[in-house]
Ligand binder design. Structure first.
Ligand SMILES: [Cu+2]
Length: 202
């Protein structure tokens, strides 16, 4: 069974990343300057991190933080010294603007989490699109995209409230995954998360 060892180690490493506690992590800070977000693009290391925006303009100039995905997050107008925080529980790339200054653009990227797990002779890929299961009345749905070995392009795998999905890996090679959120009311999606690549070598 020596062939199974690298697979088991990889699965263990990914499992470790999956279970890393997001609760204990400090907020990721974004400064609101005149007239930009700094940094304008943030790649969060895990799902569940909190981003905290602080208006640091001097002299005082009001700004806000408004999600491009409808109603996902939006601050009040922030004066200098004021902050706004949001916890990013779902994978995707979430762009936002300042509603007063349309040159102010930012983006927060949240990764897909995944593991390869050997169960007897089979290997399963378990993907986590977010830390929350959406309720029926919630306006967002997970859209999971995947591209397996030999697939010419990404295709939609699942659309729904469920934040986890499992498939069996049968072909050797790279399995790629991306997630976006879809607003089912205005029918608009977020941008795609960064791509997760898992390598299956039987
Ligand atoms: Cu502004």
């Amino acid at each position: 069974m020596s062939r199974a060892a690298p697979r088991a180690i990889l699965a263990a490493l990914v499992a470790l990343a999956l279970t890393a506690s997001p609760v204990a992590a400090a907020p990721v800070d974004v400064a609101i300057r005149s007239i930009s977000y700094d940094p304008s693009a943030v790649n969060l290391a895990t799902q569940g991190r909190v981003v905290r925006w602080t208006n640091v303009t001097m002299p005082n100039r009001a700004h806000d933080v408004v999600s491009s995905l409808p109603a996902y997050f939006a601050s009040e107008l922030l004066a200098s010294g004021e902050t706004f925080s949001f916890q990013f529980r779902s994978a995707g790339t979430f762009t936002y603007i300042c509603s007063i200054h349309d040159v102010m653009l930012g983006a927060i990227s949240v990764p897909v989490a995944g593991t390869l797990e050997a169960v007897g002779d089979r290997t399963y890929i378990r993907i986590r699109a977010g830390t929350v299961l959406f309720r029926r009345e919630d306006r967002y749905r997970y859209v999971l995209l995947r591209r397996g070995p030999g697939d010419p392009a990404f295709r939609v795998w699942r659309i729904g409230r469920g934040n986890e999905a499992t498939m069996e890996a049968r072909l050797a090679g790279e399995y790629r995954f991306k997630v976006r959120l879809k607003d089912r009311i205005e029918k608009r999606p977020s941008a795609d998360s960064p791509m997760l690549t898992l390598v299956y070598q039987p």
